[in-house]
Design a protein around this ligand. Structure first.
Ligand code: IMP
Ligand code: MG
Length: 181
């Protein structure tokens, strides 16, 4: 069972659901009558974005980007490289970047600057999880789900080595999983 690799549940799915609803409501109020482009950062943000978009009462288009910042280790490589760019032209659009977690801040710092350079009406950032202790570069977060301690988490889209994304809760992975490598 994949649950055997979990030390404990940090945020149960019921709390994630309530928070996603709240974030969706705030976004709907802030963008009343406006169209939104949600930009999900692959692959981690897929589960969160799928739930979040259904809580937004506005016209929403979606697109995805994929960047590399982590290999299969639990530490950032520092470099940000685009693996998949947007298909949509975001000029004049209200863009919200949707990300699973902000850690060093490198990914979001880079992406906010990059997307802002394409002349959108605005670029906002929505993250489910924030690990403030690990920040190397400043990132402006407009919609934040939960602040979490400096622990490696998996589930609800977040992975370790491509695994555990399908766990419905946000969980702390047992350290033996990555210490044995
Ligand atoms: P940053 O550029 O250091 O802020 O890294 C952000 C990316 O690192 C996220 O999109 C995640 O893919 C990954 N990441 C950071 N912390 C964790 C974690 O605890 N579990 C799983 N992935 C993480
Ligand atoms: Mg990610």
């Amino acid at each position: 069972m994949i649950r055997d690799d979990i030390e404990r549940v940090l945020i149960p799915s019921i709390e994630i659901k309530a928070k996603t609803k709240e974030l969706g409501r705030r976004i709907s109020e802030d963008f009343k009558g406006k169209d939104i482009v949600l930009v999900g950062i692959l692959k981690g943000a897929v589960v969160f974005m799928a739930d979040l978009m259904r809580e937004i009462d506005a016209h929403v288009d979606i697109d995805f980007m994929e960047v590399s910042s982590y290999g299969s280790s639990t530490k950032s490589s520092g470099a940000v490289r685009i693996l998949k760019d947007l298909d949509l032209d975001i000029e004049g659009k209200n863009v919200i970047i949707v990300e699973d977690i902000v850690d060093s801040g490198l990914t979001l710092n880079y992406l906010t600057k990059l997307l802002s350079s394409r002349c959108p009406a605005c670029v906002k950032v929505c993250v489910l999880l924030d690990k403030p202790e690990r920040r190397d570069v400043k990132v402006k977060i407009d919609y934040e789900g939960f602040r979490i301690p400096n622990e490696f988490v998996v589930g609800y889209g977040l992975d370790y080595d491509g695994k555990y994304r399908n766990l419905p809760d946000i969980c702390i992975l047992s350290p033996r999983i990555y210490k044995d490598l």
